[in-house]
Design a protein around this ligand. Structure first.
Ligand code: SF4
Length: 442
């Protein structure tokens, strides 16, 4: 039976030391009761308390850590089926395969390429989360060591032969790679290797029933398990959904682990589409072969969008931003504090190579049109914001560029502020570079 917050609280040290990241033991107990945290997140809970509470207070899906402090990927401990119910907690990671068929030199070059795949979107860096190195080459230990030395991301060791896996894991001791993967044919040996190395283990079954059976057996020796699925299409989404629902809604412990999906598609485009779908529902890791930016970026964008907290407005600070090194004759624009809007505008201003000032108006995280429709922006508010941000002190001219979607503000701004020449800018951010090329003759 589920424990109440009060029952859990009784077994906590009650020192309110905050080491668990929340202000009080009671607040932490409520989070454990709601299955949002694990009891083990309190480093001070006694062994007695742990044994009394651990099974009943365990989150429905275990948190799994791959790698260590320098290179770490965490996934799992999700609490809801749908993002709008609360939020998804840990963004899915993209893992890129390094095939066994490559020579050491080519494998090294591929890992260098993987390291370089960093994209900046909405102010955040999106990267490849894991390097999935196939170790069943001539020398599994050497291949694992090469990957560990070169990769900036934690490792997945991909293989099916216990001897090769043992050698590879031994070569990267202490690095907690994900051991991928055990099935009915090698479970016992792989469990021994994982338990010995204190590394997480991916387990696959020929069916959901077999998978539940295998994780139940593996759990006797290691709790750090990951459910492994082949990503072949709609059937995979169905299985991922069943496993997630069974864990979260029915507390079905054999499925209480995050999932990894190895995407299998004949065409590169299809691999990208399928990986994006699996990442949205409900893979914690998607393993792909494609390493080109056009193959990886759509998956990462999908992950970023799906895992954004819907309860927190996605905003930037409402202040005056200086892009480039604007002088006293630089253009002045305004936009809203919705992150996507701001970063779209800022990115295009930077692309124009025309240094500029951008005043950001607080619209509670809404884009231009939504802010206008929702009464979160007005000409009066724009004037007050620009005055508070002292944009007029920065430039000699009094020419203000306003978003093309708000031409209606023009007259009121000219009538009520020192900005006597209001220029209606583009409706779309992508038109900003061409528009700014004409500055100051707008
Ligand atoms: Fe209480 Fe443990 Fe959190 Fe400290 S770390 S506040 S003792 S629950």
């Amino acid at each position: 039976m589920a424990l109440t917050g009060m029952q859990i609280y009784k077994s906590l040290p009650k020192t309110n030391c905050k080491d668990c990241g929340v202000p009080t033991c009671m607040a932490f107990a409520m989070q454990v009761a709601a299955k949002q945290r694990a009891l083990t997140d309190c480093p001070h809970v006694s062994e007695e308390g742990k044994s009394a509470l651990s099974e009943a207070s365990a989150p429905p899906q275990r948190l799994i850590k791959i790698g260590n402090d320098g290179k770490l990927f965490e996934f799992g401990q999700e609490t809801v089926m749908f993002r709008h119910e609360e939020k998804f907690h840990r963004p899915a990671g993209v893992a890129v395969r390094v095939p066994a068929s490559l020579s050491d030199a080519d494998a090294g070059k591929l890992i260098d390429e993987i390291n370089k795949r960093v994209f900046t979107r909405v102010g955040k860096d999106l990267k490849v989360a894991l390097c999935a190195v196939e170790i069943e080459t001539g020398d599994p230990a050497a291949r694992a060591k090469l990957a560990a030395d070169k990769s900036q991301a934690p490792l997945i060791l991909v293989g099916s032969k216990p001897e090769a896996m043992k050698a590879a894991v031994g070569a990267v001791q202490g690095q907690r790679p994900l051991i991928y993967k055990a099935d009915a044919s090698n479970l016992e040996a792989f469990v021994e290797i994982a338990a010995g190395a204190k590394a997480p283990l991916a387990v696959a079954g020929a069916s959901l029933e077999e998978l539940a059976d295998l994780t139940s057996k593996a759990k006797e020796k290691t709790e750090d398990l990951v459910l492994a699925f082949k990503g072949e299409g709609g059937e995979t989404v169905r299985q991922l959904t069943i496993a997630r629902r069974a864990a979260l809604r029915k507390q079905f412990r054999p499925f209480g682990y995050p999932c990894i999906v190895e995407v299998e598609a004949e065409q590169a485009e299809l691999e990208t589409v399928m990986a994006s779908i699996f990442a949205a529902k409900y893979a914690g890791i998607v393993m792909v072969s494609g390493v080109e930016p056009w193959e990886l970026l759509p998956i990462m964008v999908t992950v970023q969008d799906v895992f954004t907290d819907p309860q927190v407005p996605n905003t930037v600070e409402a202040r005056l931003y200086e892009l480039g090194s604007p002088g006293d004759n630089a253009p002045v624009l305004f936009t809203t504090n919705f992150s996507l809007t701001y970063f779209s505008v800022a990115g295009e201003v930077e692309r124009s190579k025309v240094p500029a000032y951008v005043c950001v108006v607080d619209t509670e995280g809404l884009g231009v049109l939504n802010a206008y429709a929702g009464d979160k922006i007005s000409a009066e508010k724009v004037v007050k914001t620009i005055q508070a941000q002292k944009a007029a002190d920065k430039v000699k001219h009094r020419k203000l560029i306003i978003p093309g979607l708000l031409p209606i503000f023009r007259a009121e701004i000219e009538d009520t502020s020192e900005w006597k020449e209001v220029v209606i800018g583009p409706e779309n951010a992508r038109e900003i570079p061409a528009f700014l090329q004409k500055w100051p003759n707008l």
